[in-house]
Design a protein. Sequence first.
Length: 301
Amino acid sequence: MASSDPPPPAGVLRWLSESGDELHGALKTIADFILTEPAAASRLTIVELAERTGTSPGTVTRFSRACGLHRYADLRVAIAEEVGRSGANRWSTDIGQQLHPDDSLDRVIEVLVSANTQALVDTAERLDPEVLDQVAEAIVGARHCHFFGVGTSAITAEEFGLRVRRIGIACWTWPDVHSALIAASQADERDVFVGISFSGHVAETVEVITAAAARSTTTVVITQDRESPLARRADLLLTTAPPAGNQQAQATADRHAQFLLVDIVYARIAQLTHPAVVEVLDRTASALDGHRLNRRPRRKA
């Protein structure tokens, strides 16, 4: 179907099911995901769909055009309409297979806490203390540190950058691939680049870390898949636990597993730079004192 053609009367999902074999490579990967989880696909942003399929937003746009639609927004609408007509079970995809509409709030809390706790425990069991030490030492000794991620991994990158900036390490978190590539082009062996991706297949993150590696920087990667293209470009690799199941709770658990690694590396950096870090923490705390409201004294009983 040419990009100028309208969506097929039978619908995008039916066309993918019957004619999807005409697609190849990354486009076929996206098609397979959408056919497997159409309700979830209809709710994802273009960046989220790219990350879930290990592709890029540009590839998702090309896929939309291959389906006869001009924009990804049109594809989402088309899929959502078909999901609604077919009565597909959005609940199990978007909320989770372990939760039901009539579950008590206690049950909801139990399921979500269990998923997050398991992700933290599984991630902790995979950690290599020697590599963690090497990452902390590299960041402490770097001229500049750079953090990059796409989608929800960008939140982890921003958190990592804020932490180490708080204790006096020169660092930047780059909001887009263009800025990150410019920074990589100016880096050298004195710098550290940290790339973060759940899947390890996000094209932009792979591109940034590859560019940084070409400049002989120390590359640090945080991902689930140690065999992914991103992981293969790492000098130092930290892995989180792989998905434990097909439920919405896993997305939150993934983020918490990444934050666990950030917490551990941050604590180790603080240990390596003690007691100097204490003085830095005092200064940064003092700088913010004027923005904290005074606590009201407690009333005596």
